[in-house]
Ligand binder design. Sequence first.
Ligand code: FAD
Length: 407
Amino acid sequence: MHEKDILISGASIAGPALAFWLCRAGYRVTIVECAPALRPGGQTVDLRGAGRTVVDRMGLLDAVRERRVHERGLAYVDERGRRVAEMSAEAFGGEGIVAEIEILRGDLAEVLYDATRSDVEYLFGDRIVGLDEDGDGVDVRFASGLRRRFALVVGADGLHSGVRALAFGPESEYVRPLNMAMAFFTVPDRAVSDSVAGGWCTVHHVPGAVAELRPDRVAGQAKALLATHTTEPVHRLPRDRAQSLLRDALVDAGWRTPEILDAMDGADDFYVEGIGQVHMDSWARGRVVLLGDAAACPSPLTGMGTTLALVGAYVLAGELVSRVDPVAAFAAYERVVRPYAVRMRKLPPGGTRGFAPTSCAWIAMGRASMRWMTRWPLRLLAARIFAAADGIDLPAYDGLRSAAQLR
Ligand SMILES: Cc1cc2nc3c(=O)[nH]c(=O)nc-3n(C[C@H](O)[C@H](O)[C@H](O)COP(=O)(O)OP(=O)(O)OC[C@H]3O[C@@H](n4cnc5c(N)ncnc54)[C@H](O)[C@@H]3O)c2cc1C
């Protein structure tokens, strides 16, 4: 084993972003991903503030811009599809609910994968099942039977992190469920995609549930989000049970929901999550460290998970290349990123009930506040919330600057 052999669990956003920097700084990086291939799926995720700066420092902003989805704003519609409130993307200079750069999560994962695949050893369809650490390394056992030794192990494997469970203890100690099922999938239906024609993210509320359509990069199809309140751990349920829970909540919702529910059954990128947040006192234990959602998932309600993953990956890499002692680097990474992560997990007003109001009166309130959000005094409050993504001074790491120039 070499002191720069590093294993990362999870090939979505945080893992490949960390690998990007470390490979260029001379590390030998292996990424293990439990899915058989890079996972597609997900709606557009926002690239904001410091997250966008990190992508720029990676030299990937052009690749991201090429794939960005052009969203003109956010519109609420009623059961007959009539627009009842809206906010354009320009309302907050590209830093409002719809960010200046919106990219499909699957597209961003692909950009990061393409930028790392020739330098990183990717092991798809496998997972870590055992970690035995001693003074200078970690012996790792994989589900496939493979055994390898690494200097460091990073858990970038999301809300239900396997590394966190092995190194820190059961999920129930760290994951705070938000009691909401949220599903994402593609709707390959031209009629449905026409209802987001013009590029508006379109949202329809019924008491206790939400249906949302966003433009896709591919013409003639759209990305759907469905959500409802539930205490069921939907990510662990069989797919048909998770889907009937969503169907029951939206069956008579009107608008385009019948077509969306039809498309849900056959969607090959259907992804459902019992959303939650991760709260931990420490992100590192010995030679094992957590990153992205595994460490501090803020939940999709904040729109900040991707930015936080990119920022965390940059800082963790920067501290590792700047210090000899990895344990000191983990501590420094946490010192820089934790205050930002804590601010990023602040839920929008009303939390899950603001996102999916439970009565007609609250739905009407939501529509009214959307109309008022671009006006004084709510405008000031909203601008402060959206500006939070900038709330970190990204250190300039010499080791990373030269690493980026190696591209
Ligand atoms: C398929 C998918 C769709 C998503 N869609 C959206 C969306 O529409 N909106 C939104 O706000 N957020 C979405 N997210 C979450 C979003 O990607 C993250 O909040 C954010 O980008 C931080 O990324 P991350 O890399 O830390 O974690 P994640 O994006 O959650 O990635 C974790 C990765 O680790 C893998 N993994 C999990 N367990 C193991 C294990 N035991 N061993 C090996 N690998 C493992 C997963 O398959 C996944 O590839 C989605 C995530 C996924 C995986």
